[in-house]
Design a protein around this ligand. Structure first.
Ligand code: COA
Length: 260
């Protein structure tokens, strides 16, 4: 796969996507959003891929936001369409992927960058990372799901403060409020993401896909996540992974999941 704005590395069951516009602090232009959607779609449909890590190139930024130069002259209709397309193509798309996505936040994660990290299934950060939703300082509001996912992760009051002040928080503060799970040095960031990915890969990918659906349905209006959980656990009982997992336990050996 060859892309202009992203790099993709696949090793074993682990795929790492690096957003690669370091001169623009990896700002998300529409071309990058389209490339990301294509690569996520391809990796999710590849049964061999068990975990995806997303990060930014360079030492300064994960993603410094949506590309401001692209939308500075947009009309009301174009602005609405930008958000709708982006949410559907990338942000909601990532959240609903059946393959786990870890965001390795290696620097600025602002606006669309933080929204991208929040759409991922969980986040870890390097100690130089800075996070925020500065959109109101530009006269807009977060449009790629930020007003919804930030309160889900950090609570309504902290989300209101971060959005209204347009301020940035450090990696340590982000950990304190539950926005990221771990903070480490920049050198250790990808090794930590890979270590977590390794732990995930030892488990049943089919069961993990069911768990992602059930957890996500907790946050979906008009959907009862408990019912999703019942349906998804029911489905697990019909999988080869379930037979392997339970047999391995009873036979006191490590499970070797076929992923079916
Ligand atoms: N969109 C488009 N270009 C961006 C960008 C964005 N969101 N963020 C950074 N860039 C570009 C800059 O325009 C600059 O390009 P240039 O060298 O061609 O002028 C380059 O990336 C480097 O950024 P610069 O501002 O010079 O770096 P800095 O270290 O002084 O500041 C930030 C870093 C992150 C504080 C600053 O770039 C910034 O505030 N970016 C915008 C953040 C934002 O509002 N995001 C939400 C968008 S909705």
């Amino acid at each position: 796969m060859n892309f202009e704005n992203i790099l993709v590395n696949q090793e074993g069951g682990l795929a790492t996507i690096t957003i690669n516009r370091p001169k623009k602090l990896n700002a998300l232009n529409i071309a990058t959003i389209n490339e990301l959607q294509n690569v996520f779609k391809g990796l999710d449909s590849d049964n061999y891929v068990k975990v995806i890590i997303i990060t930014g190139s360079g030492e300064k930024a994960f993603v410094a936001g949506a590309d401001i130069s692209e939308f500075a002259h947009f009309s009301v209709e174009e602005g609405g369409r930008l958000a709708a397309d982006g949410q559907q193509k990338l942000f909601n798309f990532i959240e609903d992927l059946s393959t786990p996505v870890i965001a390795a936040v290696n620097g600025f994660a602002l606006g669309g960058g933080l929204e991208l990290a929040m759409a991922s299934h969980f986040r870890i950060a390097s100690d130089n990372a800075k996070m925020g939703l500065p959109e109101v300082s530009l006269g807009v509001i977060p449009g790629y799901g930020g007003t919804q996912r930030l309160p889900q992760l950090v609570g309504k009051g902290k989300a209101m403060e971060l959005i209204m002040t347009a301020g940035m928080i450090s990696a340590e503060e982000a950990k304190e409020v539950g926005l990221v799970n771990y903070v480490t040095s920049q050198e250790e960031l990808l090794p930590l993401a890979e270590k977590l990915a390794g732990k995930i890969m030892r488990n049943s990918s089919v069961a993990i896909a069911g768990a992602i659906k059930a957890v996500n349905d907790n946050f979906r209006d008009g959907v009862n996540g408990f019912e999703t959980e019942i349906r998804e656990i029911g489905n697990c009982f019909g999988t080869e992974d379930f037979k392997e997992g339970t047999n391995a336990f009873l036979e006191k050996r490590k499970a070797d999941f076929p992923g079916r």
